[in-house]
Each structure stands twice: as structure tokens, then as C-alpha cells.
Design a protein around this ligand. Sequence first.
Ligand code: KIV
Length: 284
Amino acid sequence: MSVEPQTRRLTAIDIGSRKGGTPIVSLTSYHAHTATIMDPYVDFILVGDSLGMVMHGLESTVPVTLDMMILQGLAVMRGSKRALVVVDMPFGSYEESPAAAFRSAARIMKETGCGAVKMEGGVHMAETVRFLTQRGIPVMGHIGLTPQSINTMGGFKVQGKTEASIAAVMADAKAIADAGAFAIVVEGVIEPVARDITRAVAVPTIGIGASPDCDGQILVLEDMLGLSPRVPKFVKKFGNLGGLIGEAISAYADEVKARTFPSPENVYKVKAAATTEPGSTPKA
Ligand code: KIV
């Protein structure tokens, strides 16, 4: 019998049950290595479609494809063992109909092994959220500033600034919660409105540019590490990895040019006792 404790991955149900409890910690990751590093500290890892901007230098998330999400979702699943992994449904993969959304979400779940998907949208996506959750696919909602709608929103616009916008974002949150989402990302919503939404819905809210009173928080990893060249106002940089990476690369370049790298400890030497056949290559 094994004495090693089995690591059980957190599930959508675990996250959904955290309403009003200890704040839910989450970050984005698109790679195995960063997933491994964050796994002990976060409750869920979002494989966000922000990978379009962060990994590929795109201007928005609109061009991101299902294949891109599946490839990086797999990498994050390989790198993590404890956190719930949620994979974003990219623009164009779910809006057309609940059936189209089911096909895309089922592909993501089957091909990555992740525990849930996330989709943007409020009242108009509620029917799709219900269709998926009733068919075995846990869905995280995403309301407020929804980056996939940049072309109809006219930019990355903070929501909840007018009476009409407050009513709309509140209706979106309630519709998605009622449709069965296990949690809802609330992005770019003015602070008191994000707080009111958190009080109004029975599922956890995950804030990004929202309110400390949300049931959890999420940030894009590269933004909070100081790796992204431009970040929104709501991002706090918890590190300056961009500066550290620049310093390390500059030191490497100097040593390569000075031929001080590789140094004797970084090269394979011929073993002193090794005997070699005439004409053969010595073993390292
Ligand atoms: O794609 C993403 O990284 C996201 C988060 C910003 C919530 O959706």
C-alpha cells in the first residue's frame, strides 16, 4: 500500500462551494513550467485566451483559435496536479449556438483533460451556459469588460459607470449564475458595482479590475510578474521579472563575447581513465 498522499485536483464544485469563504486565488498560465510553479498557491489556473497577446503579440484575443487553446491547455495540465484548470473558449467557438458551444467545449475537455471551460457573455449567453452545464461541462462565466467584444464595445471600456450599464452588468451576472455557471469572472467593473454583484449572486465572483470584496481574484501572470510591456491600471506588479531577465541576458551576452562562458564546469571533459579505440570519439 502506498504511503504517499494522493493529490486530488480541485474541481469546479470545490471552487463553486467557496462562496463567501476564504478568497479564491487564481492566475493565468499557458505553459507547463509556470503551471508547476503556481500550482501549490492557486485554487484554479486559467488558460486564458490572453495568450494571444502575451505569447503571440496579437492586438486582441479575437484571432485566438480552439487549437491554440487546446495546445496550451494540455501544457498546463501536464505541469499542474492540484489546481483546477479552466480553459477559455476562444472567440468564434461558442457564440453561434449552444450546440456549437457544446462541440467546442467537449473538444477542449476531451483533448486537454481540464476541469472546466470559461466563456464570455451575459444574458445572451445564459441559454448556452445552461445547455453545457446540463450536459456535463462545468462553465465559468465572464462578464463586465469582455475582451472578445472589443470591436462592438469600442475598446477595453470599464463597465458600470452609468445607470444603464450597472443594470446591464447586474442582469448579466444574475443570468449566468442562474444558468448554472459555477463561478463568474467580473472584469473591469467599477468597485461598488462589482461588490453589489458579489452580494447578489449565489456563486463565487472572481475579480479582475473589480473589487477586493469579490470571492476571489485573478491576474494575468506575466502582468503581475512585470513581464508585460503595457498593463492596465488595475494590475499590481508583484515582481520585476522583465528587469531581471534583461540583466541575466545581458550578463550572458557579455560572457559569450568574452569567451568566459562556457567555463570549465559547463563543458563535458574526457574522463581521465577512459580508453578509446583508435579513431573513435572519446565518451564524455
Ligand atoms: O484571458 C484571460 O487571461 C482572461 C482573464 C483576464 C480573466 O480571461
